[in-house]
Ligand binder design. Sequence first.
Ligand SMILES: [Zn+2]
Length: 194
Amino acid sequence: MELISLGIIALVACVLGYFKWSDGRNNPVSPHTWQYCPWCRGNLVMGEIGGKHRKKCTLCKFVHWDNPRPVAVVLIPTTDGRIVLIKRLIPPRVGMFALPGGYVEPNELPEAGAVREAKEETGMDVVIDRLLFVTMPPNVNEILFFYLAKPTDALPTTGDGEAEAAIYARDAIPAEIAFSTHRQVIDQFLAAGK
Ligand SMILES: [Zn+2]
């Protein structure tokens, strides 16, 4: 009898679980796990479109193109020759140092995003000098725009709660930088001696 009771409980749990997760809602975190069309809630299936396998809707014309996300990153040498880094206070790589930067906002040029991120993460007002480097990090669907910027303030003042500003002499940059692309750009900049 006990086994039968357990079986019934398990069956009810499965049915409830099925209804809970099959109500046409996607996991908001990762589009790669989406099962349902965000336009019409039809089922998504893999199909070949434009020579690549992509998720598409079985009912409407929705296609998950999976375009890369643009990220603006900014390298700020201070007027006294040091470099502004931020200590990351949110995942990923909490506690590690990186260049200030973040996702470009809607209707924002990457250059404007770099200025905004510098302000948000370091409290500094900067003007863009030039685009340094554009790259894609390994296994991450992002395009990184690295800008060289000049500070209009003397030194960083504050962070936005997601990052803590710090400045380092060129010969004392922390060995562990959160992202290999940031390390690469810092090293190239220092090697150029500018
Ligand atoms: Zn659809």
